[in-house]
Design a protein around this ligand. Structure first.
Ligand code: ADP
Ligand code: MG
Length: 292
């Protein structure tokens, strides 16, 4: 397979083709051309799964991703409600990062469908998905160390907004990252926790309805984790952003999650509250199995 290179990272879209502003987006959502409110579109699979008659924001339908002969995502039906804060856990190699990349569009599925807010987005380019309201912070850090905090914060929004609106979003990203006062500091001199916060702030500045975070607190201290947990909760409650957060630390998951999905061997193994998941002997068994 030669086509397994991932599409370019979305949260760094410096090359968005079509400029889109808040005003355009909210105008579109109120108009008759909004797919979710069009009665004809309601009857499509996307409309039925994620249209205006349901609280479901995202739904995957039988989603499959194979790398050569290896099935990393195995017929996954997974959904997230509007404004929900969902954590995704599972042993190493369970397919968590792959599922997020299929949702954000940096990987193309082998089969199946992805529906989002009344539309089918299975074949949509990542930058179009950003404009539809999906944003992601990848597992691999993507802050530019030789740029300042402000220059980094400007990257995701520079094609989406200009003038005062761009400045507002850059300031908001820095504020959401808890980095007010650090604007001119070179990003490489920030602590690892501050860099992670900067990335979350940058991903949130794209004004998403759904924000995907791949291991946002890996390698961080307890204090840094607490701060990021608060940051995520605030964005969820105050801005109404729905989240899918991949994380291993069950204390952290318990602090933030409305509900938890366990992935195992590419498919959904369990879903429930953190208490249900933690007390489930089968979940313990797959973790203790230590499989890769
Ligand atoms: P997780 O994030 O749950 O640890 P991943 O989604 O990263 O797991 O990976 C799931 C499985 O798919 C792993 O076995 C991994 O080696 C494999 N995989 C992921 N990306 C690729 C790729 N680009 N090419 C081949 N195999 C891959
Ligand atoms: Mg991963």
């Amino acid at each position: 397979m030669s086509s397994e290179t991932e599409r370019s990272e979305v949260s760094k879209q410096a090359s968005g083709e079509t400029a889109s502003s808040d005003a355009e987006r909210s105008e579109a959502s109120g108009s008759a051309s909004d797919p979710a409110s069009d009665p004809n579109v309601r009857e499509t699979p996307a409309g039925k799964a994620t249209g205006d008659r349901t609280d479901t924001l995202l739904q995957t339908d039988n989603l499959v991703k194979r790398f050569g002969g290896f099935t990393a995502t195995d017929s996954v039906d997974f959904s997230v409600d509007e404004g929900e804060l969902r954590c995704l856990i599972g042993p190493n190699g369970a397919g968590k990062s792959t599922l997020l990349k299929l949702i954000v569009g940096t990987l193309e599925p082998t089969a199946g469908h992805v529906y989002y807010d009344g539309q089918e987005i299975t074949d949509m380019e990542p930058n179009e998905r950003v404009q539809s309201g999906i944003s992601m912070k990848f597992q691999v850090p993507s802050v530019y160390g030789d740029l300042s905090v402000r220059e980094n914060a400007r990257l995701p929004v520079q094609q989406l907004a200009d003038g005062a609106e761009r400045r507002r979003r850059v300031d908001e990203a820095i504020e959401n990252a808890g980095l007010a006062g650090y604007e001119e500091v070179q990003a490489s001199t920030l602590s690892h926790g501050q860099q992670q916060q900067l990335e979350i702030g940058m991903a949130a500045s794209l004004d998403p309805d759904l924000l995907l975070l791949d291991e946002p607190v890996a390698g961080l201290s307890v204090d840094e984790r607490t701060e990021i947990a608060e940051r995520i909760r605030r964005l969820n409650r105050e801005e109404g952003i729905a989240f899918i957060v991949i994380e291993h630390d069950t204390d952290f998951v318990g602090e933030i999650a409305d509900s938890v999905t366990v992935l195992h061997r590419g498919d959904v193994f369990r879903e429930g509250s953190i208490e249900e998941i933690e007390s489930d002997p089968e979940v313990r068994r797959i973790y203790l199995g230590g499989e890769q």
